[in-house]
Design a binder for this molecule. Structure first.
Ligand SMILES: C[S@@+](CC[C@H](N)C(=O)[O-])C[C@H]1O[C@@H](n2cnc3c(N)ncnc32)[C@H](O)[C@@H]1O
Length: 296
């Protein structure tokens, strides 16, 4: 027969073991949520690939025109586009069907309701998209303009192009393109800035972020989250402003469905350095949910 004392001792041992087990499980869970669980992330990347390839009903919006770009990009975009000369270059990253470029090159007096950047000479346009979404209209217009004035490149992501392949640009835009979809935001921005001529500007937006002006509506849902090494929230504009050789302007918009930052980044010198971030979470979507951590 075991004594009461020895039974209590064995219960204590069980208790200690259970506590240790709980702590180990809890740590494993915390670690799982903070570090990229590679197999799961790979599944999300595979799902995202399918989203890019989906055509027809169920596909994402890929035909926003220039009027739409004017609405969602920061003020100053249309004027900057209008100031470009015929030897200047505009890169549209994540161009989808390239409708914005088509509108830009539409003949004067055409039905296009907006005048964004449409008077005067036209710059050359390069539109890039992961998947080829060129329409017949694009093919006809590009062929009629000739001389490589409208180029469409697909089959690769922005960061997979070399500077020699793309050349340099005075204006770069990204409307719900790579900036909203990439799993490597710092490398993406580095590539964008390497393609900009000094004095040139990058116009983009990102939805579901902590706003620079702090006017996010209570209960907002955050789709792109940035945290520092200690796990504290970092605003996307604060991160951008740590980049060297750029001037960053942020127009916070809390009236839309999700808090959105309209961003203008002007390159002012060549020695650009973008603070690195690592990916903590990626959930495939339209756009995907992402969580990045600033490297110390
Ligand atoms: C939702 S569509 C937006 C299309 C267009 N800008 C519009 O507003 O209608 C997303 C586009 O971004 C492209 N994209 C996403 N990530 C990209 C990347 N890293 N490099 C180049 N294109 C990318 C997709 O292939 C697609 O053309």
């Amino acid at each position: 027969m075991r004594s009461v004392k020895s039974r209590v001792r064995s219960w204590n041992t069980v208790g200690v073991r259970l506590t240790v087990l709980c702590v180990v499980l809890l740590q494993a869970r915390v670690g799982w949520s903070q570090e990229p669980a590679q197999p799961r992330i790979d599944e999300e990347f595979a799902k995202q690939e399918k989203i890019y390839r989906r055509q027809g009903a169920g596909s994402y919006t890929a035909n926003r025109g220039l009027a739409n770009y004017a609405e969602v990009l920061p003020s100053g975009f249309c004027d900057a586009l209008g100031r470009l000369g015929s030897s200047d270059r505009w890169l549209d990253i994540g161009a989808g069907e390239g409708q914005a470029a088509l509108d830009y090159y539409a003949p004067q007096g055409d039905a296009a309701p907006e005048k964004c950047g449409r008077s005067g000479p036209k710059a050359r346009v390069v539109a890039i998209s992961i998947e080829d979404r060129r329409t017949d209209k694009w093919k006809r217009q590009a062929a009629s303009l000739g001389d490589d004035r409208m180029r469409y490149l697909s089959g690769k992501r922005l960061s997979q192009y070399s500077l020699e392949e793309l050349g340099k640009f005075q204006i770069i835009t990204d409307v719900y393109g790579g900036f909203s979809y990439t799993e490597n935001l710092s490398r993406f921005l580095e590539t964008v800035l390497s393609l900009l001529e000094p004095g040139g500007a990058f116009y983009t937006l990102v939805q579901g972020v902590h706003l620079e002006n702090g006017k996010d509506k209570p209960g907002s849902w955050y789709q792109t989250e940035l945290v520092d090494a200690a796990g504290r929230d970092v605003k996307v504009c604060s991160w951008l402003k740590k980049t060297t050789c750029v001037k960053v302007g942020c127009e916070s918009n809390s009236d839309w469905d999700s808090p959105t930052e309209m961003i203008n980044i002007r390159k002012v010198c060549s020695d650009v350095s973008v603070p690195r971030m690592k990916l903590l979470k990626y959930e495939a979507g339209n756009p995907p949910g992402r969580r990045f951590q600033l490297e110390p």
